[in-house]
Ligand binder design. Structure first.
Ligand SMILES: [Zn+2]
Length: 327
């Protein structure tokens, strides 16, 4: 994958890279954003580009430096991540000692700190001075989805690159570039609500896709109070997956609400199916929330599910105006 292919961020990162090469910015970058938003991928691509010896667009992905980087064998790269819960001061001292050596390939050292919010306060303090005046041309890449846990003194020494989840369309575009068929890319990015990382997880998760299909079929079977037991049955044995089922139904409910209000759903590829679903999105959403709270108060999963289905259908209109059990 190339930096320019990174929807929404490519241009900005290339600009940043030029600034680094011109020596215009601090040598510490903090990549932040939610899980799956691409911050780690991007930080690694950026770091790789700093070491790439190829001509043209960097990283080229084929030069020896790129290959060593990708294999994790580049001698001038050190990756630090929490082995247990935290990254302690000893690990940071090791890193600082390493950075004091001359880079093996004569270029620069790259230090990548993953889950940087797990640095203990003393580790952060140990890092401060090196972060401000790194030896040689060393560059730091800090990656974190909880930058609030970093000391202000660390934050002030880093240039922050903030990632948000992409739009569903941009996310689908990234998936297509990775070789996923357009229709499936649309479905996955909708389900992942624009998180590329989550979409890729879902793509490899056959169990989840099977569960989703079963959950949606179950909702579609719901056609009146007399169908509650039959609709609920295929899901009642899914002990331990109640949360996942309710998450699937919640996203479906939100998309139903969007469609019923004439807006674009997340699962845009499922528009026709959403339009065919005879349930009221808002009633379904309330049902999901009620079922979650029943599970918390130790109602069994089959009972919570059947209660939800019963309330959704008890007016005989498939829940279109059934909101009474909100009270
Ligand atoms: Zn290269």
């Amino acid at each position: 994958m190339k930096i320019t292919e990174f929807a929404g961020y490519g241009d900005r990162l290339i600009q940043l890279m030029r600034s680094v090469q011109a020596g215009r910015i601090v040598h510490a970058l903090l990549f932040t954003g939610p899980h799956g938003s691409g911050k780690r991928t991007m930080a690694r691509l950026f770091a790789q580009a700093m070491l790439c010896k190829g001509m043209g667009e960097r990283p080229c992905g084929v030069c020896p430096a790129c290959q060593r980087f990708e294999n994790g064998t580049h001698p001038d790269v050190r990756v630090v991540k929490p082995e247990k819960k935290t990254i302690g001061v000893d690990e940071i001292r090791d890193l600082i000692d390493y950075l004091a050596l001359r880079p093996y390939e004569g270029g620069r050292h790259i230090a990548i700190i993953e889950q940087a919010d797990r640095l203990t306060p003393s580790a952060q303090n140990a890092l401060l001075k090196t972060l401000e005046t790194p030896p040689g041309d060393a560059m730091f890449f800090l990656i974190s989805d909880a930058p609030g846990a970093l000391l202000p003194t660390i934050l002030s020494r880093c240039q922050t690159v903030r990632f948000t989840d992409l739009s569903v369309e941009d996310c689908a575009g990234v998936l297509v570039k990775r070789g996923i068929a357009p229709e499936r890319a649309g479905l996955l990015s909708g389900m992942a609500q624009g998180s590329v990382g989550r979409a890729l997880e879902l793509d490899g998760d056959k169990d989840y896709m099977e569960l989703r299909e079963r959950a949606l079929k179950s909702l579609e079977t719901l056609k009146g109070p007399g169908t509650v037991a039959a609709a609920a049955m295929p899901l009642e044995d899914d002990k331990g997956r109640e949360g996942a089922i309710l998450d699937i139904m919640e996203l479906w409910a939100r998309d139903l609400m969007a469609v019923q209000q004439g807006m674009t759903p997340y699962e845009v590829g499922e528009l026709a199916r959403l339009q065919r679903t005879p349930l009221d999105g808002r009633a379904l959403l309330l049902g999901v929330m009620k079922a979650r709270s029943q599970l918390q108060s130790n109602v069994s999963w089959p009972n919570a599910l059947e209660n939800m289905y019963f309330h959704l259908t008890e007016n005989g209109n498939n829940g279109r105006t059934q909101l009474s059990w909100q009270r």
